[in-house]
Design a protein around this ligand. Structure first.
Ligand code: GTR
Length: 377
């Protein structure tokens, strides 16, 4: 395959004249957050006045005796309005070992779809619809606690005005159903924050071990959520592609025009001005990745996921290293070549790999997540 030609990326440190981690954290970082909120993702809903946590059901000894399962209903209340979300939590049955991490992850197909059993709420929903994506036994054995909720419970994933009006944004006032400033990605980022709120109420969760994990559109979201929530100890962006970990300049597969045309409600209208005009962006997606620093970030691609453009996902992961190095954390060393398939480049601070296969989350991916977290403990 001929080598691709890439245009230079804006340097974060040069743009903000940053020489130290102190400068970056206190000066550049808040400006980048503001720029991305105003020009790409929109603002994340604030914290509601109250959240009640109800344990609906609990069962022990599931999944060959490895898992304890809890189903919670969270009710968020603000200004006389309420919004409920169900969360499914799996945790290892008492092994005596400390948890490796407590993972907050939104899911695509509802909690029943994510589960391996047939009796997860809602009972009448299709169960276990994405086999392999949530390998509970493997996760339990690796020491993960998993908390998952449906993205659609925070913002139904379509462009209808009523989806916007019925989203979590409604807790904070009347929503103009046509106002694109209320974005799905920011409502879902609020979802990650809400999962984190729940996790921190569980006695077995060490507050320093909460990781955000997301696949595809939820991988974009996990990065944006972690950028805004200092309680995330680290983040995993799996096949997040355009508007996620992939650089927009010289993008193959999905371009800004393609994503904004299909999913205008994911981004603010200000983002439209960069369609077919990516080089005019004063930032690129490595800015988003760098917002995780100094916390570890793992960027994962799949070899057949050309829509996401693995090589451009690698570029963002590598380029974010300049910010990690301000903290004395190596990240991916400069001039590291795009790695071959199934050859992870896991470093302190930043990790990257391309798994063979399609756009998905697989047991292989979870093994890399566990390795990366262990490396960054
Ligand atoms: C695609 C979208 C991608 C990615 C993916 C997904 O249709 O173009 O950006 O987010 O959906 O979420 O599975």
């Amino acid at each position: 395959m001929p080598k691709r030609k890439f245009s230079p990326l804006p340097s974060i440190c040069r743009k903000y004249k940053v020489a130290t981690a102190f400068d970056w954290f206190n000066t550049a970082r808040p400006k980048i957050i503001k720029m991305l909120a105003e020009n790409e993702y929109g603002f994340i809903p604030p914290r509601p006045a109250a959240m009640t946590v109800e344990l609906l059901r609990e069962r022990h000894g599931l999944v060959d005796g490895t898992a304890r399962r809890r189903e919670f209903r969270l009710t968020l209340a603000n200004a006389g309005r309420t919004h409920s979300i169900d969360v499914l939590v799996y945790s290892p049955e008492d092994t005596g070992k400390p948890l490796l991490a407590a993972v907050a992850a939104l899911n695509f197909q509802g909690n029943a779809g994510a589960a391996e059993e047939d009796d997860v709420l809602p009972l009448d929903a299709p169960h276990h619809t994405q086999p392999g994506r949530w390998p509970i036994k493997q996760l339990m054995k690796a020491g993960f606690l998993l908390a998952t909720a449906a993205r659609n419970d925070f913002y139904f994933d379509d462009n209808a005005p009523e989806s916007r009006r019925n989203s979590v944004f409604r807790l904070f006032g009347e929503i103009d159903g046509n106002d694109r400033h209320y974005t799905a990605l920011s409502a879902w980022a609020f979802g990650y924050r809400t999962l984190c709120d729940l996790l921190l109420t569980l006695p077995e969760v060490d507050p320093g071990k909460v990781w955000f994990h997301g696949h595809s559109r939820l991988g974009k979201t996990a990065l944006w959520a972690a950028a805004n929530d200092p309680r995330a100890a680290g983040v995993v962006s799996n096949c997040s592609g355009c508007g996620g970990a992939a650089i927009s300049r010289d993008k193959e597969g999905e371009t800004l025009r393609k994503i904004i045309t299909r999913f205008p409600f994911w981004f603010v209208p200000e983002f439209d001005r960069y369609m077919d005009n990516e080089k005019a962006m004063p930032w690129d997606q490595h800015f988003l990745v760098s917002l995780c620093a100094p916390r570890p970030v793992l960027v994962a691609s799949a070899s057949e996921d050309l829509w996401a453009d693995p090589e451009n996902e690698f570029r963002a992961a590598a380029a974010a290293g300049e910010v990690y190095r301000l903290f004395g954390i190596p990240g991916i060393e400069e001039r590291t070549a795009f790695p071959p398939v199934n050859t992870p480049v896991l470093r302190r601070g930043v990790g990257y790999y391309v798994r063979s296969g399609i756009h998905d989350v697989t047991p292989y991916d979870w093994r890399q997540v566990a390795k990366f977290i262990r490396l960054n403990r």
